[in-house]
Every structure is written in C-alpha cells, then in structure tokens.
Ligand binder design. Sequence first.
Ligand code: CP
Length: 309
Amino acid sequence: MSMTHLLGLKDVPYEDIKQILDTAFEMKEILGRGEIKKKDNLNGKSIITLFFENSTRTRLSFELASKYLGAVAANIAASGSSVAKGETLIDTAKTIDSMAADVIIMRHSSSGAAKLIADNVNAAVVNAGDGMNEHPTQALLDMMTIRENKGHIDGLKVAIIGDIKHSRVARSNIYGLHTMGAEVVLGGPSTLMPSNIEGLGVKAYYNVEDAIKDADVVMGLRIQLERQKSGMFPTIREYSKFFGIDEKRLKLAKPDAIVLHPGPVNRGVELSVPVIDGKQSLINEQVTNGVAVRLAVLDILANNGGKKN
Ligand code: CP
C-alpha cells in the first residue's frame, strides 16, 4: 500500500481498504490475549494525538493501540497547549513535527484541517475527525464490524439514519461502503440531509421506514447539537418520535439486521433504549474493533507514511 496519510476514505481504493481491514482482523488477536497485549512493530516510533475536540473512543483507542505496538505515545489537548495562547494550527503541527513525530493523529472542528497539516509536516497524519468532512477510522471500524458479522460487505444494504448533514461519520461510511460494494441509503429529516446527495451516489429518504426497509445494517447517527443551527427540527422529543429507531421501526429491516452507532449515543433520541441494549446492537463490538482498526492503521502508516523526518 502506498498510503502516506489517512485523511479520508473518498479516494482510498478497494485494495487499500481491504488491506487495512485484513490487518485489523489479524491485530484483533492482540486484544484477546490474557495479560500481555503487546507487539513490538512500532518500537522506537513516536505517535502524538492532538485533539481540539472532545473524544473518548477515538483518542483512547489510538493511545492504547500506540502503546500495544510499542510506540512512544504522547497527547496534547487544545486547552492545555500553546494554541490557547494564539499559536496557529500549522505552527503547532510544525512544532510537533520538529520533535521527530512519526505519526500525528488530529481531531479538529474545521473541515480540511487534517489535510492542511499533512501538507505542512513530515510525519504521517491521521484524520481523527475534521469538522463535517470525514472520520475515516470510524468508517473502517464500522466496516470491520459489518464484515465480522455478515462475512462480507458487498451487496449489503446499509441504512444510515439521522443527522447526515453534520456527520463526518456518514460521509466516510458513504465513501468506504460504496467502494466496498454495499448499497447505502440515507434516512432523516430533509433539513439534516446534505445538499449534494446525488453527488454522493446514494439514495435518500425523508422518513426512517422507507430507508430501513429490508436493510442488512441499520446505522443510527448522533444528533449533533453542537454543530446544529437552530430550527433544523422542532424538539428532541419530536425528532425521536418521527426519526428515532425503535423496535417497531427496526422490524422493517431484515430479521438478522445488525444495529450500529458510532457513539456517543443520546439514549432514547436517535435509538430507543431497548434497541441500544438489544440483541441486534453491536455498539460495544464497534468500540473493540476501533482498537483493532487503529492498531492496523498505525502499523501501516508508521512504517510507510509521511515524508519522513
Ligand atoms: N465515534 C467517535 O468518534 O467517538 P468519540 O467522539 O468518543 O471519539
């Protein structure tokens, strides 16, 4: 694989996604070990997580994956860094790069921020979520969970429901699932659909029922109150009533359909509590697979990526 950074899945070919997923399945073996969860693939490498937005799953799984592979891992949060004193993003990234970082993993509220630093540093850059653009490792772990449970991705119908417009998870999944041969349909209020749906090569429904019908995979998305301008739907209660995935709506999907959600979940809003905790839900498996995917991405990029210091 010639990949030097992982900024998004838009232009990542089938073979590269397959290689990352194959590696993630191999890496998952580390997580099943009893006491020693370690390999030395990244001995001597330094990996920095730079998060300008909150995170539990992504940041922790990258940090654990770095340590499981023997790298030196350090993290920096915007509030505790010199960004708070007015340093620019590029200067901050160059400062980290000057400390001979091999991989920089960044989450930022601006779309395109990861590409901006990738263009200005020697290290390999992983986009851990940039604004409303992409969150590639989330889509990879979603695809891993689908493949693990269905045996394949191609030919499956995947319904993504909710706030598509603000969702970098939706965008990365649309690109990645499309490349891997799945049929992707979207469901949600028209105010939460992006304006360029046709350009994304997917079908959109403005109700949940039509989108979910006969789906193999039902993916709920978080209502992103922090990115939303007011007026996109009347109230949370109404959103949940008309667009929430409950047991009745889930019955419209195939009987063996699986339920995914990237987390964090607003319980009782985008998914009902019985659906979140039900047998079809693989939300906890997604978290475990998140570590496996990040092990794979770091292993590939730390050894291949960046322009080298
Ligand atoms: N899904 C996801 O990105 O979760 P975090 O915000 O907790 O990292």
